[in-house]
Design a protein around this ligand. Structure first.
Ligand code: MG
Ligand code: MG
Length: 279
């Protein structure tokens, strides 16, 4: 069941989104060789507390055989795709890809956003790795730009996939974007692959998280023994970017946009992140 949000609910979600955007800006400054993922998690817990926000992920998804998620952030390094658990034993090294996924609840509503940073900067990795990261991000923005009234969900999915397919990246299939609101994961599923013109129509008040995960190898995934960490099955590197976007009468509104990104991508196309390299 798709739950549409009122204008006032979207405004609450925008506040949650700003908390997460700010958190990612703080974490971007903290990411460096020698920092542990547990330190990033501690920073996040403090930031959310001071913003009167509740972490979305902590305590999520306990099942028989799997502990509830134990941390504020998901931190996934290199071949880890998503849902990595922060640890004092994981120290970032130059040239690592650190994927940081963060969610927060403000006044009962979630926002969800993920980034991929190259530890030590772009010069520490090969062009192939830089391109993977940049094209995953441009795939996200292609999808966000299609999150408009009257389009179909398949238009979003196809736009995302179009930034992977020409380059032979594996597009993760088992994990997808999602509706979001009072629950972290609501209907509909938002796949990172699909056909334009298919799927449900996008309506005003629908809020979704779009989150491409592109691999430098196969799309196949594997869950590690901790019950959470998802890695590529072939050990290849993976990139992940995510924003929460509201479909409004005025166009897509990216609720988790950071200060260097457009909240209204259709109004400021020059600010939309591109792959930055020739295809
Ligand atoms: Mg997320
Ligand atoms: Mg998500």
């Amino acid at each position: 069941m798709i739950v549409r949000k009122s204008l006032s609910e979207v405004e609450i979600m925008a506040r949650a989104g700003r908390v997460i955007a700010r958190l990612h800006e703080v974490l971007r400054e903290a990411v460096a060789p020698g920092v542990t993922t547990e330190e990033l998690d501690q920073i996040s817990a403090r930031e959310l507390r001071s913003a009167n926000a509740i972490p979305s992920f902590k305590g999520y998804g306990g099942t028989p055989g799997r502990v509830p998620f134990p941390a504020t952030l998901c931190t996934s390094v290199n071949e880890e795709i998503v849902h990595g658990i922060p640890s004092a034993d994981v120290t970032l090294r130059e040239g690592d890809l650190i994927k940081i996924d963060a969610g927060a609840i403000v006044d009962g509503y979630h926002a969800d956003s993920a980034v991929t940073w190259i530890v030590g900067g772009d010069a520490t990795v090969s062009e192939a790795v830089r391109d993977l990261v940049a094209r995953t991000r441009s795939g996200l923005w292609a999808g966000l730009s299609k999150a408009a009234v009257g389009n179909r969900l398949g238009d979003v999915s196809a736009a995302v996939e179009s930034h992977a397919a020409p380059h032979g990246y594996g597009v993760v299939r088992e994990y997808v974007g999602h509706g979001i609101g009072r629950a972290l994961h609501e209907d509909p599923h938002v796949p990172n692959y699909g056909r334009a013109g298919r799927g449900p129509r996008l309506v005003e008040g629908l809020v979704i998280a779009i989150e491409p995960m592109f691999n430098l190898g196969s799309h196949a995934t594997q869950v590690q023994d901790d019950g959470w960490t998802v890695t590529t099955a072939d050990g290849a590197l993976s990139a992940h970017w995510e924003h929460t976007v509201a479909i409004t009468a005025d166009g897509p509104r990216v609720l988790t946009a950071r200060s260097d990104e457009p909240e209204w991508p259709l109004r400021f196309p020059e600010l939309i992140p591109t792959a930055g390299v020739a295809g």
